[in-house]
Design a protein around this ligand. Structure first.
Ligand code: FMN
Length: 302
């Protein structure tokens, strides 16, 4: 209650400060709980998606934990999976510090099966999808391959070529095919594969390209797609669009993010065909403990 009041107040004054405060509060709170003699097991509504076993289908979206520092303590939040980043592999030092954080987090869990699943959200600052962009993402895949459970090729950044009004489909197809080529090469070199998904923004308008893009992602054998619903007026419209998307790429796992404020919202999306659901703002607005309680209530919902 107190947390919600404080966060509301800070949000009225300064939005970026609100996000910083929420991150610091969650980090400190979870770190503190970690050292208490209490056991926080993950809320169980087990699912298997993209070959990954998750304790529940609710995850933390990219952008909250930008450097992987939170992972060591984040099990207290109850999320089934945590996506860290976005990391742009240039400049290099950012990735090195990031990997050190992931290594520290791994050391915390002697048995990887008992922890949340971890994803890395990879980005590129470039304004095209040419060979330089492919090289950025490939470098990111290679660096993080052995430290995470799944990879995200983030094409949802505002200003990215995919969000331009008339992106070139041929260039997109070539880009996705190159990324998959390098993914396969890395799987051979590393001796094991990990799932790879693409994150795209779904606008309420300007969606002529969407079906083609979804079909490309499916044809190129990606393991799933993260659909970031941004600036949508209500959850009903999101559910309707999700139904349409499902008809286009039926068997492709869909991870939905955007506007999920309650577990009832999340359950509706799961019932409408989402394989997994991610949150961001709800953690900021409610704090780690309330978020954990909400996730624990998922099983009771129809
Ligand atoms: C302050 C802020 C920073 C974000 N940073 C990233 C990011 O770095 N990478 C990314 O893929 N998404 C980022 N997002 C988008 C979120 O992952 C998510 O798609 C979006 O917030 C919608 O979910 P929500 O309604 O639960 O907040 C960011 C969102 C916010 C509010």
């Amino acid at each position: 209650m107190f947390y919600r009041l404080v966060i509301k107040l800070i949000g009225r004054i300064n939005q970026p400060l609100m996000h910083k405060f929420a991150y610091l509060y969650s980090y400190m709170f979870c770190k503190l709980c970690h050292f208490l003699p209490l056991k926080f097991s993950l809320p169980m509504s087990p699912v298997e998606v993209m070959g990954l076993c998750l304790s529940n289908p609710i995850g933390l979206a990219g952008g909250f934990d930008r450097q992987g520092k939170f992972l060591r303590y984040s099990d207290i939040t109850g999320f089934g999976f945590i996506e860290v980043g976005t990391v742009n592999v240039e400049p290099n030092y950012q990735a090195i510090e990031f990997i050190q954080n992931l290594e520290k987090a791994s050391q915390q869990f002697s048995n990887a099966d008992n922890r949340q699943r971890w994803g890395i959200n990879l980005g590129s600052h470039r304004n095209s999808l040419d060979k330089h962009a492919v090289a950025d993402y490939t470098k990111g895949m290679e660096l993080f391959w052995c430290h995470v459970d799944y990879l995200v090729i983030n094409l949802s950044r505002p200003g990215s070529p995919v969000r331009a009004l008339k992106p070139d489909l041929k260039e997109l197809a070539n880009f996705l095919s190159e990324i998959q080529h390098h993914h396969r090469q890395l799987a051979l070199a590393k001796g094991h594969s990990i799932p790879i998904v693409v994150k795209i923004a779904i606008d309420p308008v300007n969606n002529e390209l969407l079906n083609d893009l979804l079909l490309l992602i499916k044809e190129q054998d990606f393991d799933g797609v993260i659909l970031a619903f941004e600036n949508w007026p209500d959850s009903k419209a999101i559910i309707e669009r999700l139904h349409t998307i499902k008809t286009v790429v039926d068997s492709l796992p869909l991870i939905v993010v955007g506007g999920v404020r309650t577990m009832a919202d999340a359950k509706q999306l799961l019932n409408a065909g989402a394989s997994l659901v991610q949150l961001y703002t709800t953690l900021v607005q409610s704090g780690p403990l309330k978020t954990r309680q909400a996730i624990a209530s998922l099983n009771a919902l129809k």
